[in-house]
Ligand binder design. Structure first.
Ligand code: DGJ
Length: 541
């Protein structure tokens, strides 16, 4: 009977079986619930309120000691921390896990989860973290070459030796994690490599690379393109269409000779290399795995930016070549947050942000990312660099989203969560949610604040959740929200507006806001630099 009810439950939730593991398996995993991909940790939906450590911090346990309290003060529930191949396998076949174990034990005692970053063959294009015995034996572990035939400090993805050496170490890591952490699940996800990307050309030119370029396009890629023709991203479709959707010939024949083709070609060979590593690791310990990309700057040609990483223009190739990778993730060092988030959420790719510049406005983006994109993770880079963690806006935003996590993850799949981001150029948005039209604006638009006259306004953001007809939670910073009914000439009024907080998932009312705070029933308001959750109940008159 229990099993029957479980099956009915799964069917009702429309969980995609390709991503779901057995519900009895508490290993962190991804599930698809309706149109939303969720990360399950201890079998409960989880949002990563994260931060990524600077590259070197996790290479020394003592250096990390004063960092843990800082992370707690910013209300992080997860950190992204590197595992360095060169320190884990200093001599070929001799593995040392002490740094990783210390990291896990300290994370546990601070009640923080970990996403581990495998700094293996590639880190920001380069191969700076490969062990000395790899670096110094270039005949066995060959390098990528530029068009000029100059060798790069980049392992060639066309070398089986390179891939096998990386794969063996990665499998060892996953075996160790399974043994050391397979019950407690402090490590919840793995990033495979870091910001893969070819430089200084769009593809590499060592002999095996050039030979592969003249070979027929692999059947596996062509089959993927044919089978998914109607769902291909416009970038892939366009370049293939220009060549009349040819299905045989070498790379130049099928896609035409161009830098775009060079990037596609290189992406394929990176993808199949990474797929070997990730799938071998998953066979040992099946944690979710993703890869991250350095976003190309607008107007730059392939080769002028780290090319062929998991970028939007080659995302189809990555999907075809690396099915063991669950998510393609953007690293945000580029201001156009919405533009890139829109690109990365195509083809059901969930938004997972492993890195974003730790700067003014990240707090506002937290509300927008989780509310608008059903984002799985938010994580400023070099999170430990702050001297005043207790004052960091990101900590205040995490404090709010942490309380709302059960509500957000419950109502995301039901399409009842929305997120907003404002600045001086984007001051207002109107949406329909449930029975009401909501007009949400930057707080300075009211004109009450002296700073409203400033030429630049701070970014502000909000998340709104409809929990029942005429009942919402509004949370965020620097916003004003007004309501009007969708389907009647009547007007909307507040039965009540209460500011409060969640304790053990129970809402506690604090301040009744029905006077000046909601402008005598006209709108909800959270001032700039203020962070608040307000429970709103409406009626019409
Ligand atoms: C992105 C990389 O992934 C990080 O490891 C780090 O190098 C940052 N860039 C530095 O801004």
């Amino acid at each position: 009977m229990k099993a029957f009810l479980l099956i009915i439950g799964l069917l009702t939730l429309n969980i995609s079986t390709s991503m779901a593991q057995s519900t009895a398996d508490f290993t962190p995993h991804l599930i698809k619930t309706r149109n939303t991909t969720q990360l399950l940790v201890d079998n409960k939906p989880y949002l990563i309120l994260g931060g990524e450590l600077g590259n070197s911090s996790a290479s020394d346990t003592a250096y990390m000691k004063p960092i843990w309290p800082k992370l707690k003060k910013m209300n992080l529930n997860t950190i992204y921390a590197p595992v360095y191949w060169e320190l884990m396998e200093p001599q070929e076949g001799k593995f040392n896990y002490s740094l990783i174990d210390d990291l896990i034990l300290n994370a546990r005692s601070n009640r923080i989860k970990l996403v581990l970053l495998w700094f293996g063959s590639w880190k920001n294009s380069m191969s700076c973290y490969v062990p000395e015995w790899v670096k110094t034996d270039q005949s066995r572990f060959p390098r990528a070459e530029a068009k000029s035939e100059v060798k790069q400090e980049i392992l060639s993805p066309f070398s089986k030796n390179n891939m096998m050496a990386d794969k063996r170490a990665f499998v060892k890591l996953m075996e160790h994690l399974k043994n050391f952490d397979g019950v407690q699940h402090t490590v919840i996800m793995i990033q495979v490599e870091n910001e893969i990307g070819m430089l200084p050309d769009a593809r590499s030119y060592e002999k095996p690379a050039s030979a592969a370029f003249e070979q027929p396009v692999p059947g596996k890629l062509l089959s993927y393109l044919k089978d998914n023709k109607s769902k291909l991203l416009p970038e892939t479709k366009d370049i293939w269409a220009k060549n009349n959707f040819k299905t045989n010939g070498n790379w130049g024949d099928v896609f035409g000779k161009s830098l775009v083709t060079d990037e596609l070609f290189m992406a394929w060979y990176y993808a199949i290399y990474v797929n070997e590593i990730a799938s071998a690791g998953k066979q040992v310990y099946n944690l979710p795995m993703y890869i991250n990309a350095a976003l190309n700057r607008p107007g730059k040609k392939p080769g002028e930016y780290p090319s062929a990483g998991p970028l939007p223009q080659v995302a189809d190739v990555w999907k075809a070549g690396a099915p063991a990778i669950d998510i393609l993730a953007p690293d945000f060092y580029n201001p156009d947050f919405k533009h890139w988030s829109d690109l990365y959420t195509r083809s059901s790719n969930p938004l997972l942000i492993p890195e974003i510049r730790f700067e003014q406005g990240v707090d506002a983006k937290v509300f927008f990312a989780f509310g608008n994109y059903n984002c799985i993770s938010f994580s400023p880079f070099s999170i430990e660099s702050t001297e005043k963690p207790e004052n960091e806006p990101i900590g205040k935003a995490y404090h709010i989203v942490g309380q709302l996590l059960p509500l957000i993850t419950k109502y995301q799949p039901l399409d009842k969560v929305r997120g907003f981001l404002f600045d001086k150029d984007n001051q207002e948005q109107k949406i329909t949610l449930g029975d009401y039209i909501l007009t949400i604006t930057h707080e300075y638009k009211l004109g009450w604040s002296a700073q409203a006259k400033d030429s630049v306004w701070p970014q502000t953001g909000a998340i709104v959740i409809e929990v029942a007809p005429s009942e919402y939670y509004v949370a965020g910073t620097g916003v004003v929200v007004a309501f009007e009914p969708v389907s009647t000439e009547k007007r909307a009024g507040f039965i009540s507006v209460d500011e409060g907080y969640f304790e053990n998932n129970t809402w506690i009312n604090q301040r009744r806001m029905n006077g000046d705070q909601d402008h005598q029933g006209r709108h909800i308001r959270v001032a700039v630099n203020d962070y608040s959750i307000q429970h709103v109940r409406l009626y019409t008159y």
